[in-house]
Ligand binder design. Structure first.
Ligand SMILES: Cc1cc2nc3c(=O)[nH]c(=O)nc-3n(C[C@H](O)[C@H](O)[C@H](O)COP(=O)(O)OP(=O)(O)OC[C@H]3O[C@@H](n4cnc5c(N)ncnc54)[C@H](O)[C@@H]3O)c2cc1C
Length: 405
């Protein structure tokens, strides 16, 4: 590969970097992805399991067939339930998706999503450079120079930085993140399904699970497994609940005890709610996308679902910049893409914050609101829906892409 004079380079072969590469190819541009780790690396945990229809639709646009492939390889639960102290306060049953159409969502482990993205990238002629952690970035009037830890250098007119939460590219171009971190700890656990005797496919949220001394528990199916989120209370010892041994002690209280021997991943989080101060560098040569640009609490599944439109808008902005008649139009194309996705990120951060407050807020007002909703929902059904929707925050278009492009 010619390391010089590339129109655009992508840093990071996570899901967002791969979507950026697919979007570039769909716009007739060559795409090279530079990744720190080696090909075939192990990526743990289910992480981004819930993919919205809007995201599947965008993936169809940049790689026809990909949205349907993800839908086919995921699961779609026909029922969701919400319980309050063990009493059902909301249930909703869905019609099966219309054959041939994209479903409202699909649920599969992020590693599986990445496998399909990687295959689509290979089919689209994306080039990958593995084992090349970028250590230095110089952005100037004519383009960007990227240097890996090995000393190898690449030059491009533009860079899409999709190198994740600890983005070296973001650090190198001097963009800061701003925002708070959640107070409480959350445990995220994956368990493998017993395919011979599976649980019914139902997403279930428990406010104040009676067997868990009032802690909230969320059970979400994904293809081949279950994700169990436990919200710890203030003063809980996260270590006592965490680790495979800690989880085995409490998991039988919320699922069939057989799942205690099927734990595949345990992780403890305090969630960040941060957004980059700018999604483009001062020279308008580098665009941030995905977790390089924002981190949200996962309630509402806004991470990857907003990383996908970040990547696609970055590619479209770069296409416009490459075609621009003059420097002003070039800068404007990059700035517009950056600003649009930063506005979306701020909106998503607020929505995830509302979701966090809904489930963890302990003010007398919030406690009373939840109690009242739970006790009145049999006569006012919309209160049950409020309890059900709360953990996801207000409905909004995290995947929305502007029609300007
Ligand atoms: C518990 C949990 C649950 C979640 N659930 C959901 C969900 O249901 N739906 C949803 O939409 N999102 C969800 N998310 C968020 C989702 O996982 C992230 O948004 C997604 O992984 C971000 O992808 P990314 O490509 O931006 O970053 P990453 O996946 O982190 O990829 C970054 C890539 O860059 C590489 N890299 C890093 N540094 C360098 C460097 N210096 N040079 C070159 N390469 C580098 C890394 O090796 C990596 O391959 C969840 C997250 C968590 C933690």
């Amino acid at each position: 590969m010619d390391n010089r004079n590339q129109p655009v380079l992508v840093v990071g072969a996570g899901p967002v970097g791969m979507v950026a590469a697919l979007a570039l190819r769909s716009l007739g541009l060559p795409a090279t992805v530079i990744e720190a780790e080696l090909e075939g690396r192990f990526r743990e945990g289910s992480r981004a399991i819930y993919i919205h229809k809007a995201t599947l639709t965008l993936l169809e646009e940049v790689s026809p067939g990909l949205g349907h492939t993800l839908a086919k390889n995921g699961v779609i639960w026909p029922v969701k339930r919400t319980l309050y102290r063990g009493k059902e306060v909301y249930v909703r049953k869905y019609q099966p998706p219309t054959p041939g159409e994209l479903p409202a969502f699909t649920s599969l482990a992020q590693v599986e999503i990445e496998k399909h993205l990687y295959q689509a990238c290979k089919d689209a002629g994306v080039r990958f450079v593995w084992g090349a952690p970028i250590a230095s970035v110089r952005s100037g009037a004519d383009g960007v120079a990227l240097t890996a830890q090995s000393g190898e250098t690449w030059n491009a007119e533009y860079v899409i930085a999709a190198d994740g939460a600890r983005s070296a590219v973001r650090r190198e171009v001097g963009i800061e993140m701003e925002g708070p971190r959640s107070q409480d700890y959350f445990l995220v656990v994956d368990v493998k399904e017993d395919e011979a005797d599976p649980m019914p496919l139902e997403r279930t949220f428990h406010y104040s699970h009676p067997e868990m001394d009032g802690r909230n528990v969320l059970l979400v199916p994904f293809k081949g497994g279950w994700r169990v989120d436990l919200q710890l209370l203030e003063g809980d010892d996260a270590e006592a609940f965490g680790g495979v041994d800690g989880v085995r002690k409490w998991l039988p209280k919320v699922m069939d005890p057989k799942y205690a021997d099927r734990v595949t991943w345990v992780s403890t989080y305090q969630f960040y709610q941060v957004v980059a101060k700018s999604f483009a560098d001062a020279k308008r040569r580098v665009l941030l996308a995905g977790e390089a640009a924002h981190l949200f609490a996962p309630f509402g599944a806004r991470g990857l679902n907003s990383g996908v439109p970040d990547a696609i808008l970055a590619a479209r902005g770069i296409r416009r910049a490459l075609d621009a008649a003059d420097e002003g139009a070039r800068e404007e194309a990059i700035a517009a893409a950056a600003e649009e996705r930063r506005t979306a990120a701020l909106h998503n951060r607020d929505a995830a914050g509302i979701a966090l407050e809904h489930i963890q807020g302990s003010s007398p007002y919030m406690n009373m609101k939840r109690e009242l909703a739970a006790s009145l929902c049999s006569v006012v059904p919309k209160l049950g829906r409020w309890l059900d929707e709360g953990p996801y925050g207000p409905k909004q278009g995290s995947s929305k892409v502007s029609t300007k492009y």
